[in-house]
Design a protein around this ligand. Structure first.
Ligand code: MG
Length: 305
């Protein structure tokens, strides 16, 4: 199942995206079926995750009745999509995780090509950075002249846990989405730690949907790609990660509780702008589309101001 958050008549809504690009308004559907006894009506994907298994059971039961009754939904093109998750905490991110991207970064920085991390490099992006599909990414021209893109598979946590073992890791996953880890390369370099260069407002496009884990047979075998104005820049498979999804959950949750609704971006493949010869930055009006197999395509435009 593909879940999304959208706005209908200025109100937040939880939706289900069907295979024929129809959006079913789950918030309205659940409100019309009061027999499920949920403590509250979910109005976005974060609230559905917070409801846990009872929420998913209620959605499945209502959906069966809805489809049996032959009821239709909204056309995706007519729907105003929001960021799928209402983040209360920073988005966790993994740096340097794809082998070829590490090599291109090492070469661009004049380091030996084969210097690979032995432990996962974590950083975060604040909730104020998160925007949804089709939202404008701010240029921040007074701060940076080197905005870059990074297509990433992102894990969405569904069950709370600390010290999660590799074997139990996938039991804590609700599903997966896409993140574009927009980075100001000059700020990333200037400030030493990556947080400032990766934390600007609108620098974390996310979505368009969260796909339930039951619809992703293997998160470590997904095609991932990114285009700028239709030109292919990144193309790889999540199988190229050095640290796979269970390893990321195991290492991040060691001594640190992960909670439902937490998001972990898992790193980006080769093909980022700063490692091109010569380096290339995003330009005002550029249209950036990140695609992950079985999830969809996240598209955003760099604003002209
Ligand atoms: Mg990244």
């Amino acid at each position: 199942m593909k879940f999304l958050s959208f706005i209908e008549q200025a109100m937040p809504r939880l939706g289900l995206l069907t295979e024929d690009d129809t959006v079913i308004d789950l918030t309205a559907m659940l409100a019309a079926s009061p027999d499920h006894r949920l403590p509250f009506m979910p109005a976005n994907v974060s609230e559905l995750i917070a409801l846990g298994e009872p929420g998913m059971r209620a959605v499945s039961a209502c959906l069966d009745r809805h489809l049996d009754a032959g009821q239709s939904g909204l056309k995706l093109a007519d729907v105003q999509i929001a960021a799928p998750l209402l983040m209360k905490k920073n988005v966790f991110c993994v740096g340097r995780n794809y082998r070829d991207h590490i090599i291109e970064g090492n070469l661009a920085r004049g380091r030996p090509a084969d210097q690979f991390p032995t432990a996962i490099e974590f950083f975060t992006k604040p909730p104020t950075a998160v925007v949804g599909h089709l939202a404008k990414v701010r240029r921040h021209a007074d701060l940076t002249d080197s905005l870059d893109y990074e297509a990433e598979l992102a894990i969405v946590i569904g069950r709370r846990g600390c010290d999660i073992s590799r074997d139990a890791a996938l039991d804590h996953v609700f599903g997966y989405t896409i993140v574009n880890d927009i980075t100001a390369r000059d700020l990333q370099q200037r400030h030493g730690q990556w947080f400032k260069g990766k934390g600007l407002d609108t620098s974390c496009p996310m979505g368009p949907v969260v796909v339930h884990r039951s619809a992703i047979p293997n998160a470590n075998d997904l095609a991932i790609s990114l285009t700028v104005n239709g030109e292919l820049r990144q193309s790889d498979n999540t199988a190229s990660m050095i640290f796979d999804v269970p390893a990321i959950i195991e290492q991040l949750s060691a001594g640190m509780t992960l909670e439902p609704g937490d998001v972990i971006a898992t790193g980006t493949p080769k093909g980022v702008g700063f490692a091109m010869t010569p380096p290339v930055c995003l330009q005002p009006g550029d249209v950036v589309s990140a695609t992950v197999q079985h999830i969809g395509t996240l598209t955003n435009t760099l604003s002209k101001e």
